[in-house]
Design a protein around this ligand. Structure first.
Ligand SMILES: CC(C)(COP(=O)(O)OP(=O)(O)OC[C@H]1O[C@@H](n2cnc3c(N)ncnc32)[C@H](O)[C@@H]1OP(=O)(O)O)[C@@H](O)C(=O)NCCC(=O)NCCS
Length: 170
């Protein structure tokens, strides 16, 4: 998309982020998040976001509206063994999809992740979320496998597809 800038998320972005995320949660078909987020909780989350994480927002330059975001956190905090692995989530506002917003976020997140010493990105996609799987595969992710009946949302079991990508410079 032309006229889109990516920048680090700030606590003041909480309201706009929740405005994108909650309709996605409420739709019940894209994510395993099952409870809408409050602005206060999102603000607290952003304030406490780990320094080694990457949390970028995509802002339309023409009107300053935040239309997407991508966050990457260290895979685990209980050991140093996973320090080179980040876990990713990607969300674009309904009505702004299929215009390259996620593509631009991926580019910026991968660059920031490499700078922070990450070597690998890892995440999970609901097996019934074909759009997200295609988006990630397009970015060079590969399927590790399927975790069966891994999530239960709204009383229904859902498989999760585990995906990963090795980060490379250039
Ligand atoms: C998945 C999501 C982040 C993609 O964001 P986006 O900004 O629409 O993605 P892009 O426009 O950058 O798409 C890049 C490519 O991914 C693929 N893709 C994206 N959406 C697709 C769809 N609905 N169907 C098929 N392929 C799709 C295409 O190859 C696309 O390239 P093209 O448009 O040139 O064909 C967005 O659909 C979204 O926020 N969905 C709801 C939340 C969600 O499912 N998040 C993932 C949780 S793991």
């Amino acid at each position: 998309m032309n006229g889109l800038l990516t920048r680090q998320a700030r606590p003041d972005d909480a309201e706009a982020i929740v405005g994108i995320l909650n309709p996605i949660v409420e739709a019940g078909v894209f994510t395993v998040f099952d409870t809408p987020f409050t602005v206060e909780a999102e603000r607290a989350y952003l304030e406490a976001f780990p320094a080694r994480g990457v949390f970028l927002v995509a802002v339309r330059e023409s009107d300053g509206v935040l239309i997407g975001f991508q966050s990457m956190e260290p895979f685990a905090g209980y050991t140093r063994a996973f320090d080179h692995v980040g876990v990713l989530g990607t969300y674009v506002a309904e009505g702004c999809r299929r215009q390259g917003v996620a593509t631009q976020l991926f580019r910026a997140t991968f660059a920031a992740a490499l700078e922070k010493g990450y070597e690998k990105v890892f995440t999970y996609v609901r097996a019934d979320n074909a759009a997200a799987l295609r988006t990630y595969l397009r970015q060079g992710f590969r399927v590790v496998g399927t975790a069966e009946r891994h999530a239960r949302v709204g009383g229904r079991y859902i498989d999760e597809i585990v995906i990963e990508k090795t980060l490379t410079h250039g």
